[in-house]
Design a protein around this ligand. Structure first.
Ligand SMILES: *[C@@H]1O[C@H](CO)[C@@H](O)[C@H](O)[C@H]1NC(C)=O
Ligand SMILES: *[C@@H]1O[C@H](CO)[C@@H](O)[C@H](O)[C@H]1NC(C)=O
Length: 341
């Protein structure tokens, strides 16, 4: 079973009796892997907390247990770097029983596109901290589930924020529509934010409300709507490489609104919260996300990113990444939209 498997299991978990950790250890020690009692208890509480009901002593159980042990080792390595008090912490989260490949296949499905370096002016007089959550233009943290749709989420979230900034009431727009209809992209198997934007810009497709075209975490058949159907269409956009120009990116964030950015999120499988300062190391961007703010008032200045992995991940669904040093390599499109009603 590939990565989708555990989600299916989670979805049917209610038909199983609830897991009881305390008294499982005797059964579990019959499995072929020698394990310490502590590691045993950890894996058990993990399964209980995240509702994993794979059966004891099956191939899947043993495999997930090995991935879980790998996650503990990775977290120990990531936590071994000298760290300031607000630095990122790594450990057990909902992704700890996925192999690295499964995590990549499911969650890191944004392709990195080439974009021209940003060449605009730096904005003077930026506030020391800024957060679009204070401006009422953001929907709550979403969960893409077992579908590589980050690229569609970041584009749609940026457009709905731009729409709200233009004076309309905040309305969630359909991510599923972009997943199903954006033809150069591959739905749940991944895509590019720039291609999705180019498609929206070329076709002037109107994004309908999420309530009319709900998210299914599966690629489906594109639904068409008549020209007279209400929705939000893109008028134009810009995409830039902001490598080495983080101050200019701050200016764009404040002037343009939340930005769809692509980052290297390889170490985010084990992230528990705090400010990420190292380990964006795979050298290419693989995850699309929404950049919503920054804070330069503390010891470590950081970006605030709204992720789509649910509120149990990171800082209640948000990632903090150190500003300076171009830690995760971002570029951004800046948004200009046009609305039809
Ligand atoms: C676990 O087993 C012990 C003794 O074997 C028993 O006293 C205890 O109530 C059990 N706990 C649970 C949660 O079933
Ligand atoms: C968006 O579409 C308009 C109108 O066709 C075009 O002029 C513009 O160059 C497009 N923008 C991008 C970034 O492709």
């Amino acid at each position: 079973m590939r990565g989708g498997g555990w989600f299916l299991v989670a979805a049917v978990s209610l038909v199983f009796p609830p897991l009881r950790c305390q008294n499982r250890s005797r059964e579990e020690t019959r499995t072929e892997f020698p394990r310490s009692a502590a590691a045993e208890a950890d894996f058990c509480s993990f399964r209980e907390k995240f509702h994993r009901n794979y059966e004891l002593n099956t191939e899947e159980f043993n495999r997930r247990h090995l991935y879980f042990q790998d996650a503990i080792k990775r977290a120990a390595y990531l936590n071994s770097f000298p760290a300031a008090p607000h630095s990122a912490k790594y450990g057990i989260n909902q992704f700890s029983d996925l192999s690295l490949n499964e995590f990549r296949d499911l969650y890191l499905r944004a392709s990195a596109d080439k974009a021209p370096p940003y060449s605009g002016e730096k904005r003077e007089g930026l506030p020391a901290k800024f957060d679009w959550r204070d401006e009422g233009v953001l929907a709550p943290v979403q969960n893409q589930q077992a579908c590589g749709s980050c690229w569609a989420f970041s584009v749609v979230e940026a457009i709905q924020a731009a729409h709200a900034r233009a004076g309309s009431p905040l309305e969630q727009l359909s991510v599923q529509q972009v997943l199903d209809c954006s033809f150069r992209n591959q739905g749940c198997s991944g895509g590019s934010t720039v291609w999705a934007l180019s498609w929206l810009n070329q076709t002037r497709v109107k994004l309908v409300p999420q309530s009319e075209y709900p998210y299914k975490a599966k690629t489906g058949i594109c639904h068409f709507f008549s020209q007279s159907h209400g929705g939000v269409a893109l008028k134009d956009f810009a995409a830039h490489d902001f490598s080495g120009q983080e101050e200019a990116m701050m200016g764009q964030l404040v002037s343009c609104g939340p930005l769809a950015v692509t980052v290297d999120a390889i170490s985010w499988q084990d992230y528990l919260g705090g400010i990420i300062q190292h380990h964006c190391s795979s050298q290419h961007a693989n995850h699309a996300i929404l950049l919503i703010g920054y804070d330069t008032t503390g010891d470590i200045p950081y970006w605030i990113l709204q992720n789509t992995w649910g509120t149990k991940w990171g800082n209640e669904g948000y990632a903090y990444v150190k500003i300076g040093g171009n830690i995760c390599g971002k570029y951004d499109p800046c948004w200009f939209i046009y609305m039809y009603f």
